[in-house]
Every structure is written in C-alpha cells, then in structure tokens.
Design a protein around this ligand. Structure first.
Ligand code: UGA
Length: 435
C-alpha cells in the first residue's frame, strides 16, 4: 500500500517508519526542509531507541521517503495520515487544531482518487467531523473518508509499542475506509493483536480516556504516597499490594514527582476543556490535573526540607532532567518547575542528563550542566534524582559520599532504598516511604 504521513514529529516519524517496516510504501512530509534534509541522511530529529536503524533500513529498501513536497507524497496514496502537532491552547487548555486543519486544507488540493484521511494526532472528539466538513466543501464525497486512528506510543518504547501493540483502534464509519485500515494493519493480524473497529467519535474518545485514566492512576498513587509518608507506610508495597489485583493492575502505580511529557498534561487539560464545552462535569480528571500541578511545587519543598529547611546558598546536584528516561524530551518535565523553585529559594544547581541537556539548556537558566553525574555531585549539599535513567541505578555510593559535601539523597523515583545506602551514613529521602 502507498501512504503519506503529514508531519515528521514524534508521532509521524515513528508511525511512518513502522508502516514502512510493515512493507508499505510511505512518504513522510514536513514543511521544515532542514528536518527533511537531515532525515534523508539518516539523521534523526529526536532521540528514540531503534528509530535510526529502522529509518536507514527502510530508506535503503526504498519503502520510506522524506520530502517537503506534499503533492508528490500524496500521488496514488490510499491513505494520508495527519500527524502534526496539537499543542495546548493558552487560556482554555484545549488542543490547538490550527496545524491539523491547515494540513487537511492543503491535502484536499491533491486528492484525486479515493483517499482515507486519518487523524493520528491526538484531536478532541468531533475533530474528524470538522475535517469531513472541510473536505466536503472542496471534494466530491466519493473521493474521501475521514477516520481516526489514535496512537498509543510511549516515548522511549515507541517502536516496540507500534510493532507489538496491546491494541489498535480504528475509528471509521464506512466499509471502504475500514478496508483500507485493515489492509494497513494486516501484519498485526498475524500475531493476533486486537484491532478494534469503532465509530470515529468513539476512537477519538478512547485516546483521551486512555491517557486520562493512566494519569489518574499516577495522581492517585502520588496522593497515596503523601499519606504513606505521614503514617509510616511504604507506597511501593502499597502499589504492589493493590496492583496484584488484576482488576487494578500493577502498571502506572509508580509514585514520583508527577507526570510530564507532551501527552498526559496536554491531553488531561484538553479533556477537561472538551467536557466543559459539552457541560459534562469531569471532576475526576480535573482533580488529577490539579494534583499533578501542585505536586511539582511540593517536590521542591520536599527537597528543601531534606536540606534542613533551607537551600539558600546551597549547591544541589540534580540527576535527570527529561520527563522520563530514554528520551531527550523536556516538555512539561517536572524539572522545569522544581529547578526554578529551588533557585528561587537560593540554591545553585548542577545537573546531568544523558540525553536532555541540549534541550534543557534552552529552557533552564543560571545553572551548571555537567557531562558526568559525579561531576554534578562535587561539593553539593544534596543529591536529587529526578529521572530514573538506568545509569543512575547503580551509582558508586562510596564515590558519591566522597564527592558530596553532605550525604543527602532525595530520590524522587524510588530507585534506591535505605538499605542500598546503609552503612554509608546517608540521609535517604524517597517518595511515599517512611522518613
Ligand atoms: C503516554 C502514554 O503512555 C502513551 O500510551 C501515549 O500514546 C502517549 O502518552 C501519547 O499520548 O502520545 P509518554 O508521554 O511517552 O506516553 O510517557 P509515559 O511513559 O506514559 O509517562 C508519562 C509520565 O508519567 C512520565 O512523566 C512518567 O515519569 C510518569 N509516570 C508514569 C509516573 O510518574 N508513574 C508511573 O507509574 C508511570
């Protein structure tokens, strides 16, 4: 099959590349010529494990192409995927759809034979209907269908999530559009991946409901962690104790500094906004958003408490800046709130991150970026683990103690335990564990 993907951001690039790995002929289009030039030399605009190898392989097999020429990309394409950004709109938190609609209008000009226009970007329910209206104003109805095929890719594991998904959701209201999507995902039928065919609106809601539910689990366990700290319980064991109940499930119950990234914060806000538009009070999701916002400030206070009530004039070593490991993405990372709060309280910051430092330099000011985690620790009054990169899981405790001015570790991801640091005289502060 021949398809076009508009937008070579995270979602478009991973999806287009994986569709080509399925054997389809894919052309990815982007307005940014530098990005396209780089991709045509196998240089990735983002860090995602395994992506560079897969791009190079499918480019050399001539199944994957990158271009700025939408017309050429769409020639003979049976489906065109819209994978442009849908950032949070200022004010109401709703997803900003200007790039989606602009892409659809441009694509409309090049539709000559029947084409399924598919939204891959996360778009509020009802967007598919609006896209349909835009196309219907320009084209004969027999030339197109509009479908919703949300992605469930986690950054850092996106290739795996695409190639071996828990499920695929296809929202398509006509047999013809369904047949195109079935053909696209045929390789997954072999390993019996559930492929759900729903209405377009249902698919649009599924995407938001999934992200909001996962975010709810995180805010829920984070509040439990606060209670555990007060009553002498351990949230890790609480998570295990409830997660073994298969109705609850053990995943996404890891307490931490709050969820970040390009999806959960944006999508939970947008869902609340959509619910408001429809006069449906979405109290649970609204609280999830509030709990997460407050959490970041609370984490700065936690660090300050661990440093004896003040960080004024103190040096704090921070390990991990990205919103989670295995990505260089800094979007809505808790570090962007926690570090400025510590600086406002008088602290100086020395930080390390394996992949996020280039982006972090653009977003965080007046701090030291260190090439090595141990360099950040030199002379620091406390060590704070903000992101659970694997390389921080087995730090040399003796060396750490020698380098730090005070042996204080605030582990906001619970990757250590008091026992790991026992005998070294460390003050260890985790999340949701007894003080
Ligand atoms: C998330 C979803 O997991 C994907 O299924 C979805 O496709 C994607 O959003 C999207 O909408 O595009 P992602 O943002 O890459 O993926 O990251 P997650 O692994 O879900 O983590 C999100 C945040 O939650 C991170 O800040 C992470 O540290 C935090 N988290 C996650 C916790 O604090 N505790 C947990 O137990 C799990």
């Amino acid at each position: 099959m021949k398809i076009a993907v508009i937008g070579t951001g995270y979602v478009g690039l991973v999806s287009g590349t994986c569709f080509s790995e399925f054997g389809h002929s894919v052309t990815c289009v982007d307005k940014d010529p530098r990005k396209i030039d780089a991709l045509n030399q196998n240089v990735m605009p983002i860090y995602e494990p395994g992506l560079d190898v897969m791009v190079a392989k499918n480019r050399s097999a001539r199944r994957l192409h990158f271009t700025t020429d939408l017309k050429a990309a769409m020639a003979e394409a049976e489906a065109v995927f819209i994978a442009v950004g849908t950032p949070s709109r200022r004010g109401d938190g709703q997803a900003d759809l200007q790039y989606v609609f602009a892409a659809v209008e441009e694509a409309a000009a090049y539709i000559q034979d029947y084409t399924v226009v598919v939204t891959k970007s996360t778009v509020p329910v009802g967007t598919g209907a609006k896209i349909n209206d835009i196309l219907a104003a320009r084209l004969d109805k027999s030339l197109f269908d509009v479908a919703s095929n949300p992605e469930f890719l986690r950054e850092g594991a996106a290739i795996e999530d695409f190639m071996r998904p828990n499920r695929v959701v296809c929202g398509a209201d006509t047999d013809r559009a369904q047949a195109v999507l079935k053909e696209l995902y045929r390789p997954l039928f072999l390993n019996e991946t559930p492929v759900l065919f729903t209405s377009r609106e249902t698919a649009e809601v599924i995407k938001y409901a999934a992200n909001a539910f996962l975010a709810t689990k995180i805010s829920f366990i984070n509040e439990m962690a606060d209670l555990c700290e007060k009553v002498g319980a351990d949230v890790q064991e609480v998570a295990k104790g409830i997660g073994l109940d298969s109705r609850i499930g053990g995943k996404f119950l890891h307490a931490g500094p709050g969820y970040g990234g390009s999806c959960f914060p944006k999508d939970t806000r947008a869902l609340v906004s959509t619910a408001d538009e429809h006069k449906v009070p979405m109290r649970i999701v609204r609280s999830v958003v509030e709990v997460n916002e407050e959490r970041k400030r609370a984490m700065a206070d936690k660090i300050i408490r661990a440093c004896g009530g003040s960080v004024d004039g103190k040096r704090i070593a921070i390990l991990g800046l990205t919103f989670k490991p295995n990505t260089d993405d800094m979007r809505e990372s808790p570090s962007l709130d926690i570090i400025p709060a510590l600086q406002a309280a008088g602290a100086s910051i020395a930080a390390h991150d394996p992949k996020g430092m280039d982006e972090a330099r653009e977003l965080l000011e007046n701090m030291e970026f260190c090439d090595d985690p141990y360099e950040a620790m030199k002379g620091a009054d406390a060590l704070v683990i903000l992101t659970e990169w694997n390389q921080y899981r087995a730090l040399d405790v003796g060396r750490m103690k020698d380098l730090l001015k005070a042996p204080v570790m605030v582990d906001l991801r619970n990757i250590y335990g008091r026992a790991d640091l026992a005998g070294e005289g460390f003050k260890y502060v985790g999340v949701g564990r007894c003080p």
